[in-house]
Design a protein around this ligand. Sequence first.
Ligand code: NAP
Length: 286
Amino acid sequence: MIERLCVIGVGLIGGSLARAVREAGFCQEVVGAGRNPQNLQAAVDLGVIDRYETDLGKAVSGADMVLVSVPLGAMAAVFDAISGHLAEHAVLTDAGSAKGSVIDAARQAFAGLPASFVPGHPIAGTEQSGVEASFAGLYRGRRVILTPLPETDGHALDLVRDMWEAAGAEVTEMDPLHHDTVLAATSHLPHVLAYALVESLASLSDDGEVFDYAAGGFRDFTRIASSDPVMWRDICLANGDAIQLMIEHFVADLQELTTAIENRDGQQLLDIFSSAKAARDRYVKE
Ligand code: NAP
């Protein structure tokens, strides 16, 4: 239980966390912060936050916990803006989809990594963005990965864990570099592929005729290509090395499949598809 939570970036991720912890009675007051007063007023009207500030220094002043949930490309500017304004006891955390770049940005803005900083990443989301898309149940039963560093204070880590558990999440810990490698495979590569497939098909004809004949499979495969382009640009820039490795690995596998089709090698195709089906069936059952 804390008194004041400050959420910088009251969109899908920050707004959902605010809704969930309010519902759970984890904090008495939620202060929202961001650039656009209209978005922030909408968050007040929706009952997501109690009040807001557009001056980030003012927003964090007196907060017990600060969650930064802005796009990765905005993290450095936000850390710069709040540096020197956090209360002495304040715990700082974030929700960024890549961890190495956020840790570097914090190290630079605060002239060394603050012991009270606990990097985090909720493995939950939708292809929608903005506070209107937020909902209290987003984290229920979902994983949140915290990537504490040797300098991270144990009390700060416990408090961030408590906050996500209050929102219904299952919290695990991971090394930041390992996090970025794993997420490049399981989340970043699939998003890049979904965007690439839709873009590639869209360029086949000017009138979008190809989409008139798309069925459920296409819709399922490409849902995540409706995600926010700014967020995904930032993720590709922030975690570029790991994503590039995954794309190279994938291209090699796709080449193998192409060769099997070229050779009309039915057995090879059956082997690849059967192995993939078994892997997905296992994943879906878990
Ligand atoms: P979102 O819905 O677009 O919300 C982002 C919020 O940040 C907006 O309310 C925006 O409000 C604010 N913002 C943007 N630039 C800012 C800046 N320079 N200074 C202050 N505020 C700024 O995005 P989201 O999906 O919640 O994602 C937020 C973070 O969570 C990202 O780092 C993303 O990588 C991570 N994440 C996303 C997902 C997902 O599936 N969506 C999942 C896990 C983690 P204003 O325009 O009013 O400033």
